[in-house]
Ligand binder design. Structure first.
Ligand SMILES: *Cc1c(COP(=O)(O)O)cnc(C)c1O
Ligand code: SF4
Length: 474
């Protein structure tokens, strides 16, 4: 994996055969710190021994990866542990159940065997709903009767593609729902190196107007790999594929990918060729906090991307300890608009991993969305949400109201497994503690939501899909 992604784990030196290659354009060289090199992070010395130990405990269970840009430019080390980017990337004690935390802490204190630590970590991970999916069973498309790996086709017009070379990220978000894959307990069945299969599938499906490259982060990939997937789409047989979306956090976590990295210019040229060839190219940029938009490196990268004709759209989940505050969202959306980024989605965090630490009740998510939206101009009100990417579709919490004396959530599908569900309002009993769609019960004494029967019949004969399943945060 490491060679494939041209990522080195700090502080291991570069092999002599690849001397300072990454510094060719004068920019910083990419390297990462992980659980095993946590202690080598210079800023970590500011923390007490107890705090460092606690981080070590959690990092043995949940994925951890940061790079020098995140450490030096995004995190305000005078404001830890509250700093949102510190919370976004560094393991926190509250992310594990206290009993699990103690279990792991005891082993590390006793300097237990690595194998035992790993087995215990895996056991704890299994308790964290590592597969909030069912998505593999329901969404894997077929070509000539054979399942196509590395793809998901859930909504008629959009196909998701997970290139194998893009199944990691420049840093890891502590809340990421793909965490299980990063720690190796979920296989990469979902990833594909097969450009030919992708192209054959697209050629055979004229209803597909959008292809969405996702990961991990597909921009971890070298430009030449990306080009092999994307350039053929300029050919006439793919003219129905009008939009190419790339889901990425590289603008936040490693903006040099667009400026000084060795193949940064090649990436921008690729974007320009696609745009000139008639495609709408959208960079679906994952943002959680306006801090990510403040550095000159980030702003240079944004400018360069926009100069190619690529449209940047901002999206990200609402997360306790990071951005559960209307002021933060309002400022994020305003800053996005100022920099030419279109606010797109506010997501509800899903039911996996360290959700105990991150989750926000739906009612609070809606209040934050409403308060943020109400204080920005119309150009920033393009952000939809709060949206749950659940099994039946993307469900937006439109609000809380009272109908016939009953307090209810008003909901609607932004996307539906059946496109006929889209934009139909439906109602759930108000529940101040609910954090996900599967916690909600139909209002007015109804037994089922209008889509449930049809959704269940879609799932018949396949692996049962929980309502709280599927899809992406960028
Ligand atoms: C969000 C999402 C899409 C894209 O939906 P849009 O509303 O077009 O942005 C496509 N596929 C899946 C599985 C998704 O979750
Ligand atoms: S949320 Fe995106 S950038 Fe963050 S770790 Fe997950 S896949 Fe990577």
């Amino acid at each position: 994996m490491q060679e494939q992604h041209d990522i080195t784990i700090a502080p291991r030196p570069q092999p002599a055969s690849r001397p300072a290659r990454q510094e060719s354009n004068g920019g910083p060289r990419f390297h990462v710190y992980t659980e095993s090199s946590l202690d080598k992070i210079p800023q970590i010395e500011r923390l007490s021994a107890a705090e460092r130990f606690n981080m070590q405990v959690v990092a043995n269970v949940l994925p951890f990866r940061v790079n020098p840009y995140v450490l030096d430019q995004l995190i305000d080390w005078d404001n830890i542990p509250a700093d949102p980017i510190f919370q976004l990337t560094f393991p926190q004690t509250g992310m594990l159940d206290p009993a699990d935390f103690e279990r792991m802490a005891e082993l590390i204190k006793a300097k237990a065997d690595r194998k035992l630590i790993k087995a215990t970590a895996d056991d704890i991970r299994l308790g964290l709903n590592p597969h909030p999916a069912g998505q593999q069973a329901l969404n894997v498309p077929t070509l000539d009767g054979e399942p196509v790996s590395g793809m998901q086709h859930k909504y008629r017009e959009t196909v998701l593609f997970f290139p194998t070379q893009g199944q990691t990220c420049h840093a890891y978000c502590t809340f990421c729902f793909r965490w299980a894959q990063f720690v190796g307990i979920q296989d990469l069945k979902f990833a594909s190196t097969d450009a030919a299969q992708l192209h054959a599938y697209l050629a055979a499906h004229p209803q597909v107007s959008d292809i969405l490259f996702t990961g991990g982060d597909p921009l971890v990939m070298k430009t030449r790999h990306l080009a092999a997937y994307l350039l053929p789409l300029l050919e006439d047989e793919y003219r129905h594929v009008q939009t190419i979306r790339i889901g990425s956090k590289a603008l936040s976590y490693w903006p040099y990918r667009f400026t000084t990295d060795p193949d940064a210019d090649a990436l921008l040229e690729l974007c320009e060729r696609l745009v000139k060839g008639g495609k709408h190219v959208a960079l679906m940029a994952h943002y959680n906090h306006w801090h990510e938009l403040e550095t000159s490196a980030a702003q240079d990268a944004i400018r360069r991307v926009r100069d190619t004709g690529v449209v940047i759209r901002g999206q990200g989940p609402l997360i306790a300890h990071i951005n559960d505050d209307a002021e933060v969202w309002a400022r994020l959306w305003r800053k996005e608009v100022q920099l030419g980024i279109v606010p797109y989605y506010m997501f509800v965090e899903r039911d996996t991993g360290a959700r105990r630490y991150f989750e926000v009740p739906l009612v609070k998510a809606w209040e934050i969305y409403r308060q943020a939206l109400s204080q920005v101009s119309g150009l920033a009100r393009t952000a939809r949400g709060p949206s749950m990417s659940a099994g039946p579709g993307k469900v937006e919490v439109q609000g809380v109201t009272e109908i016939g004396g009953e307090k209810v959530f008003v909901l609607r599908f932004i996307q539906g497994r059946n496109s006929d569900w889209v934009q139909r309002p439906f109602f759930a009993r108000f529940d101040p503690t609910a954090t996900w769609l599967n916690h909600l019960k139909p209002a007015f004494g109804d037994e089922h939501f209008f889509f449930e029967e049809e959704y269940e019949s879609m799932a018949t004969g396949r692996i049962p899909t929980p309502v709280g399943a599927s899809a992406l945060s960028h």
